[in-house]
Design a protein around this ligand. Structure first.
Ligand code: IPM
Ligand code: MN
Length: 326
């Protein structure tokens, strides 16, 4: 049987991004899964050099790829928002990567956060009026469509059907009475299609306490974009640190490539010093292989990373330890 070769766009990006992605690619190669990679020099450093962020021509090239493997983007010299909105969010929105899947492993169990990835406060709704005057006004709306909430919720139900059949909605329905109402009704309606799944609801502030004190109560969580952003940093912190936290930005409809990146940022303070933990990037690579249908290779990488979760050492030492366990 001819083996598949997957076409992957590689964006090492800034800071520690290129280092951790290089090790992720080494580990993938060692599984025997074949990737045809194309490197893209994008991120804060590229922007500072020639003003390029993410040209539409590049996005169009990517539409025929199987996946995008991204390290981290952003440099302190570029104003906040430029690279985040222009590159990362543009990818999520334009490629319709509507699910952000972030798995966490504690000492005794694992759980997954499904973060809606294309709407909410991230949509860019709002603006400034009378900027710079004493009467200035800023608004930043939260965009919630029934379709957008429902497809993320449905993904959460589908995912938990192959797990513990337990799904928690996290929101703030006691204060965000409009968006919360839409989310709660969408959740209840989809729940009726999955009678085997036990459901729960937590306000996001309470969920923060449970993440620290009782994460065992969770199997799969579904939540909106901003709550998911905040909650998944906390998830990283309570499950071995952000150096282990992987993520997949998925287009489950497969109308284009999905994107795989560690949750951590570019960490310019430790860049180029062989100090970054490559596990999050390697695990994100495993998520990419799983999405491609390469479950066996993905399992091998996941198990090897789990065995190396507690190792301390240089980037290279940790990656070598994962390779040895494959
Ligand atoms: C993340 C990051 C991004 C986000 C930033 C860099 C735009 O924090 O992937 O969690 O807020 O989604
Ligand atoms: Mn974040």
């Amino acid at each position: 049987m001819a083996e598949t070769t997957y076409r992957v766009a590689v964006v090492g990006g800034d800071g520690i991004g290129p280092e951790v992605i290089a090790h992720g690619l080494r580990v993938i190669e060692a599984t025997g899964v074949r990737l045809d990679t194309t490197d893209y020099d994008l991120g804060g450093a590229r922007y500072l050099r020639d003003g390029t962020i993410l040209p539409d021509s590049v996005l169009d090239e990517w539409r025929s790829f199987d996946g995008i493997y991204l390290g981290a983007v952003g440099t302190p010299e570029v104003a906040p928002g430029v690279i985040e909105r222009g590159l990362l969010l543009k990818m999520r929105f334009d490629l319709d990567l509507y699910v952000n899947q972030r798995p966490f492993l504690t000492d005794s169990h694992d759980f997954v956060v499904i973060r809606e990835n294309t709407e909410g406060s991230y949509a860019g709704e709002g603006g400034l009026l009378r900027k710079g005057t004493p009467h200035e006004i800023a608004t930043q709306g939260s965009v919630n469509t029934r379709m957008g909430a429902e497809r993320a919720i449905r993904y959460g139900f589908e995912l938990t059907m192959s797990r513990k059949k337990h799904l928690t909605l996290v929101h703030k329905t006691n204060v965000l009475t409009f968006s919360g109402d839409l989310w709660q009704r969408a959740f209840d309606d989809v729940a009726a299609e999955y009678p085997e799944v036990e459901t729960a609801y937590n306000h996001v502030d309470a969920a923060c306490i449970y993440f620290v004190q009782d994460p065992q109560r969770y199997d799969v969580i579904v939540t909106d974009n901003l709550f998911g952003d905040i909650l998944t940093d906390l998830g990283g912190a309570v499950s071995g640190g952000i150096g282990l936290a992987a993520s997949a930005n998925l287009n489950p409809a497969r109308t284009g490539p999905s994107m795989f990146e560690p949750v951590h940022g570019s960490a310019p303070d430790i860049a180029g010093r062989n100090l970054a933990n490559p596990i999050a990037a390697i695990m994100s690579g495993a998520m990419m292989l799983r999405f491609f249908g390469e479950a066996e290779a993905a399992d091998r990488i996941s198990r090897a990373c789990e065995a190396c979760n507690h190792i301390e050492g240089s980037t290279t030492e940790i990656a070598d330890a994962v390779l040895a366990k494959l």
